[in-house]
Design a binder for this molecule. Structure first.
Ligand code: ADP
Ligand code: MG
Length: 365
């Protein structure tokens, strides 16, 4: 198996693949990549390096990706040599917010009001569509809330657009969120879908902080989220693991974004489901039957960011001593504020108790 990208998602894919007996090649330019440490072979090269792509394609039966910013051209190149999933056209939609939002709207999926912004001149009409406050988001390469600015006036919108170097952006109306939820799913060549339970997500400064599963929403809303995620995957002709993030406002769902890969909000599956999202990625990539996505226990997942590494790092003792808690660290050498260093899952028969314990454990770090 091959994977483009060597971050924590690639690392957990690599572990899952090796657990199932596969050998793994990771392509990532960073010599200290978390996935490279776990791989049989780490090709340390750029994602557009023709030689490295040829080597990857020749060595692997199938290649997938752990991040959406892979150049579509690299996936097309690889597909000449081996099986590639997800396909280049799906990644191209998900990696550009303007394509993504337009595709969702054209296919009848509710989103926050939005406008595409290519020049300063688009901002006035855009703000008239979205109202204020609004969020200006760069169309490409934004993640964890980076490349986003909340704006209240046209002057603020202009200033933000200039600050982003006048690159293409999407302007979005600011939604009064009741909640955020997400669905991770896998879809195979035959169009068969396996959906994981709906996660309820809390963000802190635009970065996922906690996922709570099952999401504390009415059954009808959870069903709707899963149906919409399945429809999106179907209409995209998607093959692989993907995630759909939703906003909940006034009891209704809006699609926020699509990730063409496993997702941070699916890390709970590592300890709480029969099959986790990374094993599922291996299965769908290899054309194996999709695994059982059944939830074995309510769970709360907490991200551990680099912010906690002042004075020699977190105190793991309480967390490791607790029978309901499972710790996952990504092997990153350097901690930086906002950098995802690991996560932990807290299992409990009662979801509220899991959340409460998760908060207590975070406090103890
Ligand atoms: P990223 O790629 O960084 O995850 P998102 O568009 O998902 O970008 O934004 C990150 C978070 O910021 C969201 O999960 C949500 O909490 C908040 N957010 C983004 N867009 C909006 C919006 N239009 N209205 C309200 N909150 C938003
Ligand atoms: Mg997001």
């Amino acid at each position: 198996m091959g994977i483009l990208g060597g971050g924590q998602l690639g690392r957990m894919f690599t572990i899952a693949a090796r657990t199932m007996g596969y050998k793994v090649v990771v392509l990532d330019p960073d010599f200290a990549s978390p996935a490279g440490q776990m791989a049989d072979v780490h090709l340390q090269a750029d994602y557009t390096d023709h030689g490295a792509l040829r080597q990857l394609g020749a060595a692997c039966a199938a290649v997938t990706t752990e991040f959406e910013n892979v150049p579509a051209a690299s996936l097309i190149e690889l597909a000449k040599h081996c099986r590639v999933s997800p396909g280049a056209q799906c990644v191209a939609i998900a990696q550009d917010r303007s394509h993504e939002k337009s595709w969702l709207a054209q296919n009848g999926f509710a989103t926050a009001p939005f406008a595409l912004v290519y020049s300063e001149g688009d901002l006035d009409a855009g703000l008239a569509d979205t109202g204020t406050p609004a969020i200006l988001k760069v169309a490409r390469f934004g993640y964890d809330g980076k490349g986003q600015a909340r704006v209240n006036t046209r002057e603020e919108a202009r200033a933000a657009f200039r600050e982003f170097g006048e690159q293409p952006c999407v302007l979005e109306g600011f939604v009064k969120l009741e909640r955020e939820v997400s669905v991770v799913l896998a879809r195979d060549d035959a169009g068969e879908c396996a959906l994981f339970p709906v996660a309820e997500n809390r963000h802190e400064n635009g970065i996922l902080d906690v996922s709570i599963v099952p999401a504390r929403v009415p059954d009808s809303l959870a069903r709707q989220a899963r149906d919409m995620a399945r429809d999106i995957a179907g209409k995209l002709g998607y093959v692989g693991v993907m995630a759909v993030e939703f906003f909940v406002a006034d009891g209704r769902l809006m699609v926020n974004e699509i990730a063409p890969r496993p997702h941070n909000s699916g890390h709970y599956t590592l300890d709480a489901c029969v099959t986790d999202q990374f094993e599922q990625q291996v299965r769908v990539l290899c054309g194996l039957p999709l695994g059982d996505t059944r939830l074995l226990s309510p769970v709360a997942m907490v991200n551990i960011l680099g912010d906690r590494w002042h004075d020699g790092g977190p105190h793991w003792d309480a967390l490791l001593a607790h029978p309901n808690v499972k710790l996952h660290l990504y092997g990153k050498e350097t901690a930086r504020p906002g950098r995802k260093m690991g996560h932990f899952n807290v299992l409990d028969a009662d979801v509220e108790a899991a959340l409460q314990l998760a908060e207590q454990m975070r406090g103890a770090l």
